[in-house]
Design a protein around this ligand. Structure first.
Ligand code: BGC
Length: 785
């Protein structure tokens, strides 16, 4: 049994034929084949053309029902378990599999294609470099995409990834991460869309819609509460039902209301004692019954421990079964469980039905990947646009930024390999970027079995292009004295700092690794015009904050990160990113001063008490504890200035619409993100209730209207299992961040249940417009007064 998916960089022998090559060679060209075989294939395809499940006029449900009726029990069972498709030993590759995360056979007799699964949210991956020829456009991190507060950009990213997936022959992307950032030190925060359910849910929905728009199936994950890596196979995330529904589950629910992922991936961890993939409450009661999710549940790689309990709890497909779980539970053990009457025949049918339904709904039967060519330049631009819009200007004293080649004749650049590359996160989401890895000798720490990759995009080179007349110097940062001397002789000093984070490990603290804090402090002493650029997975502590002139958070900025950083530093792109997570001052401000289980890891079971913050994640925790963060959720500066004013509220039933005026009061064109926060009469901390990302020219004003989803006013009643509005006076604030409030108005709301409809079975991918406007979901919510 393999413990982890990530493979070390293996040297592939010359004799090795990549699985991708094998797969593309395998379907023989018809006219080269013996006539009888070609005829048999032709007659099969003629028969299939008449089959009702191939009739595109029918719904996915009707087609799945028709196909299921034709299937033998063995065929149904074959859909329920998959194989790992990037084995260390290439001779163990499953026939027909393209080398990547997973492969589930299809039923060729009925025209049902195999699932060729690959990761995912940042681009098409290449685990263990299994295919020497597979490079892909590496997008900025998901947290960066959330920092744009423009779901449309996430959707474009999803489309881009799916097009590249199709190029390589994949029809299932394991992407659409919707979990909340609960601990800023967690290793996979860079893969998550932030700490707020609405922002996270809509960002995830957009990514999913982009993917599914290209007829590639997407996977919402990790369901649920996979909030840290330490002990992820053992820990139980303990949280009360109400808090769970109002936080992580709400993020998933929003994502599912605005998009139609074919699969949901259950997580590694336990939730309230039961494994997420064996969790009746999560899978059956909430996802399938309460919400009516029509897709199927697939397991994370190595997250299954049983046959009957998992199947009965709602798991439909076991991923990478033999390699990762050690036992193909959804093979012989499940068949035996059926024989013994522990699992019903109806349940097996339901499992196969759900998989078939998603297969038809995603369009992978009607529009199989055809190796369409990749427009690398257009895709790099998608990555760059995302990165530019994601950069968050945290601080900018005395307008040290934007840099100006005419003023800044001597520019010192230091640290973080800025002369060669930008950094990317590690784990299953790591993308082998176009043009390969800039720093192949830099490996992860011992024992962390993944790729550490650096897209070849040099901030130094891009800075030089913006200031061709300036003297731009570089010091690596290892020698602090050298860096100080260089900074002292410069008009401005730009220090790059970075933090590598990865799946399977968490940061021990918020501190930047190595000597980076000392470097920044020393450079700041030598040059008052010091600008810090952070390339980090998420929040880090900044003990030097008051000593530097400017700070910009660039996240993991992807394929064109260097260009994007330079464009924002020089004002070619006016910064507009906003923090999708709170940046704390220090670890002591967090609900847990230490990441739980650091000394235990996966060696023993332990519990994490998430009731400490409950639904008050991130900015809500800071408000509740009356703590001032380093930088607040929603914060982000611009090179121009804006005013938000004249907030008015209008109510119709449970729906409240906020109207206000937004003006660009500065002298540059720029984009800003006015935000709405709601305070309930019960005194609970504020919640983000809406926002809009708007670009305005200098002096321009715009009237903005945002309709608030009634659940932002309501609480989840776990006794009744419904959202309930307490009657009373609610406050709605217009703000520039969670802590920077401009105006507040009150609105009286009547008591009542907030009806929540079942998720629609219609699976047409959204155009993105609905999640772009942060409004109540008309299709899934009743409009009852
Ligand atoms: C990760 C998933 C990923 C899967 C397949 C697991 O380790 O948790 O997010 O999709 O591997 O690579």
């Amino acid at each position: 049994m393999r413990q982890r998916l990530f493979l070390p960089l293996i040297t592939l022998s010359a004799a090795f034929v990549s699985a991708h090559t094998l797969a593309t060679q395998m379907p023989p060209v018809p006219d080269q084949r013996p006539g009888r075989l070609a005829q048999a294939e032709q007659s099969l395809s003629d028969q299939l053309a008449q089959a009702p499940w191939m009739d595109q006029r029918l719904s996915a449900d009707e087609r799945a029902r028709a196909a299921l009726n034709e299937m033998t029990t063995t065929e149904k069972m074959s859909l329920l378990a998959g194989d790992f498709a990037a084995p260390m030993d290439p001779s163990k590759q499953v026939r027909g599999a393209i080398g990547s995360a997973g492969f589930v056979p299809g039923v060729s007799r009925l025209g049902i294609p195999a699932q060729q699964q690959t990761d995912a949210d940042l681009g098409v991956t290449n685990p263990g470099w299994i295919d020497p020829d597979r490079q892909a456009t590496a997008l900025p991190s998901v947290l960066a995409a959330a920092a744009t507060w423009q779901p449309e950009l996430s959707r474009q990213g999803g489309e881009m990834i799916a097009r590249e997936a199709r190029h390589y022959g994949f029809n299932v992307l394991l992407g659409g991460t919707a979990g909340l950032v609960r601990d800023p030190r967690a290793g996979r925060n860079y893969e998550m869309p932030g700490e707020d359910p609405l922002l996270s849910g809509l960002t995830a929905a957009a990514r999913i819609n982009g993917i599914e728009s290209q007829h590639v199936m997407s996977t919402i994950k990790h369901f649920a509460m996979n909030a840290q890596e330490t002990g992820r196979h053992k820990l139980s995330a303990d949280i009360d039902e109400q808090a769970l529904q109002e936080s992580d589950l709400l993020s998933f629910r929003y994502a599912l209301e605005h998009s139609h992922p074919g699969a949901a991936m259950c997580a590694y961890n336990r939730v309230n004692g039961d494994y997420a993939c064996e969790n009746d409450y999560l899978l059956n009661q909430v996802l399938k019954d309460e919400w009516g999710y029509p897709g199927f549940v697939m397991s994370d790689w190595g997250a299954v421990y049983s046959a009957a309990p998992s199947a009965n709890a709602g798991l439909d497909q076991q991923s990478a079964a033999e390699d990762f779980d050690g036992v193909v539970y959804f093979g012989a053990p499940l068949e035996k469980a059926v024989e013994r009457g522990e699992v019903s025949h109806e349940r097996i049918d339901d499992m196969a039905y759900r998989i078939l339904r998603s297969t038809f709904a995603a369009g992978i039967v009607d529009h199989p990947p055809a190796g369409e060519p990749i427009d690398t330049e257009a895709h790099a631009e998608v990555a760059q646009r995302l990165a530019e819009n994601a950069m968050v200007l945290l601080k900018n004293d005395d307008a040290v930024l934007p840099l100006d080649g005419a003023r800044d004749k001597r520019i010192s650049v230091t640290g973080a390999h800025a002369d060669r590359a930008v950094i990317a996160g590690g784990g299953s989401a790591a993308v082998v970027p176009m043009d390969g890895d800039a720093l192949p000798d830099l490996n992860p720490p011992a024992g962390v079995n993944t790729q550490r990759l650096y897209p070849k995009s040099s901030p130094l080179g891009a800075i030089g292009l913006h200031a061709p007349e300036s003297n731009v110097t570089f010091s690596a940062g290892d020698d602090i004295d050298e860096a100080v001397a260089q900074a002292r002789d410069s008009d401005v000093a730009v220090v790059f700092a970075q933090q590598w984070t990865s799946e399977t490990m968490d940061m021990q603290s918020l501190a930047l690794e190595g000597e980076q804090n000392a470097l920044i402090e020393a450079v700041a002493k030598a040059n008052p015009r010091t600008v810090v650029v952070l390339e980090t997975g998420g929040p880090v502590a900044m003990p030097w904050r008051d000593d530097v002139a400017a700070i910009m958070e660039a996240w993991y900025p992807g394929q064109r990160g260097g260009e994007a950083i330079a464009n924002v530093l020089f004002g070619q792109h006016n910064p507009s990113g906003r923090l999708p997570v709170t940046f704390p001052k220090n670890d002591e401000q967090l609900p847990r001063a230490q990441v739980p289980g650091l000394s235990i890891g996966n060696s023993a079971f332990f519990d994490v008490d998430y009731n400490r913050e409950g639904a008050d994640v991130g900015y809500r925790w800071f408000e509740r504890e009356n703590e001032t963060p380093l930088y607040a959720f929603g914060h982000g500066l611009s090179y121009t200035t804006f005013e938000r004013h004249d907030l008015r509220l209008e109510r119709s039933g449970q729906k409240v619409t906020a109207h206000f005026t937004l003006t660009n009061t500065g002298d540059r064109k720029g984009r800003t993100t006015p935000q709405l926060y709601v305070n309930a009469p019960d005194g609970s901390p504020a919640r983000l209730a809406g926002w809009e990302s708007i670009e305005l020219s200098p002096g321009q004003s715009r009237e903005v209207s945002i309709t608030i989803d009634p659940r932002q006013f309501a609480r989840y009643d776990s006794g009744e299992r419904q959202w309930r509005l307490e009657g009373g006076d609610y406050r709605v604030s217009l703000a520039d961040s969670a802590t920077d409030i401009d105006e507040t108005q009150r609105v009286a709301l009547p008591a009542g249940v907030v009806a929540m409809a079942k998720l629609p079975r219609d699976s047409a991918p959204s155009t993105g417009e609905d999640e772009q406007r942060v409004a109540a979901n008309e299709s899934a919510m009743d409009d009852s007064p």
